[in-house]
Design a protein around this ligand. Structure first.
Ligand code: F6P
Length: 327
């Protein structure tokens, strides 16, 4: 039987997401509970290569539960994509006596984790931390709930101006090539239409929705555009609409990195806490190469390869509901 692990390394990688700090706290405190030593690896995989590694204890993570960003900092490391980079990272783990890893991040993070867990005898567990919600094996990723609440608060404000001036607004949201943020916030903010990467709608569909809005006497028109949609950039879409309907006064708002910041919602804090404990317990049970997630309130471990490749499917029922309610 393999020996019980005694120490773990913890890092955050890729785009930061609200709730990552809550997850860091949960991992550190759960590890302390099980008498494991924890090392924080700063600046993601790059810090693992450069040896930016410090011990953490239960008190090092005080007062971070409610803070956005990540106290461990993050990066997207090119060097970790090379075999030499990963070998150097492994040497640094060995030098610190780190026997297992917890990774908090998204697609890129788990791709790195998959390689690393196959190449070295170091158990690795991932926690889904990304605002995009684009991982298979969990209903929600840590940060998604906060980001969507940031978006609806912003759109509610934009609606005030849209209504006061009878304007059309295009609001661009993040999500890379996934439309989860756009669809959910479109329904929750009463958008006239949602432009998603998962759909190949022609520009004509958008024109049709706009004309419907006009004939239904909608005085404000809000269109949520997912950044990865197939029609083109939000500016391009707005220009096409202006060419077609010169009488419509339209504006573009790109919410950008606003969506990644701020204090995590209660849902994100709970999810991060549940998954942080699950990661430590999963390692103690001998799991590796898997992402911890919650599906229908049940803890599920999904192999990295599936979590990053299978892709969660966009909710077709929510698309249907959005169309019914946007009249
Ligand atoms: O993956 C999170 C995310 O915010 C995406 O929604 C977005 O496309 C991307 O990261 C932006 O990355 P960066 O902050 O590196 O520009």
């Amino acid at each position: 039987m393999k020996q019980r692990i005694k120490s773990i390394g913890l890092l955050t990688s890729g785009g930061d997401a609200p709730g990552m700090n809550a997850a860091i706290r949960a991992v550190v405190r759960a590890a302390n509970f099980y008498q494991l030593q924890v090392f924080g690896i700063y600046e993601g995989y790059q810090g693992m290569i450069e040896g930016l590694i410090e011990p953490l204890n239960a008190r090092s993570v005080k007062n971070i539960l409610s803070r956005g960003g990540t106290v461990l900092k993050s990066s997207r490391s090119e060097a970790f994509k090379t075999a030499e980079g990963r070998q150097q990272a492994y040497e640094n783990l060995k030098a610190h006596g780190i026997e297992a890893l917890v990774l908090i991040g998204g697609n890129g993070t788990f791709t790195g984790g998959l390689y690393f867990s196959q190449e070295f005898d170091v158990p690795v567990i991932g926690l889904p931390g990304t605002i995009d919600n684009d991982l298979y094996g969990t209903d929600f990723t840590i940060g998604f709930d906060t980001a969507t609440n940031v978006v609806i608060n912003a759109v509610d404000k934009i609606r005030d101006t849209a209504e006061s001036h009878n304007r059309l607004f295009f609001v661009e949201v993040m999500g890379r090539d996934a439309g989860f943020i756009a669809l959910r916030t479109g329904v929750a903010s009463g958008a006239l239409d949602v432009v998603l990467p998962e759909e190949s709608q022609p520009m004509e569909d958008l024109f049709f929705e706009l004309e419907k809005g006009e004939s239904n006497k909608k005085t404000n028109k809000l269109i949520i555009v997912s950044e990865g949609n197939k029609l083109g950039s939000t500016m391009y879409i707005a220009d096409k609409v202006r060419e077609r309907y010169p009488h419509l006064e339209s504006k573009v708002t790109i919410l950008g990195h606003l969506q990644r910041g701020g204090s995590p919602t209660c849902n994100d804090r709970i999810l991060a806490s549940q998954l942080g404990v699950a990661a430590v317990e999963g390692l103690l049970e001998g799991r590796s190469g898997v992402m911890a997630g919650m599906i229908k309130n049940e803890l599920v471990f999904t192999p990295f390869a599936e979590a990053i490749k299978e892709r969660s499917h966009i909710d077709q029922e929510l698309i249907r509901i959005s169309k019914i309610l946007s009249i």
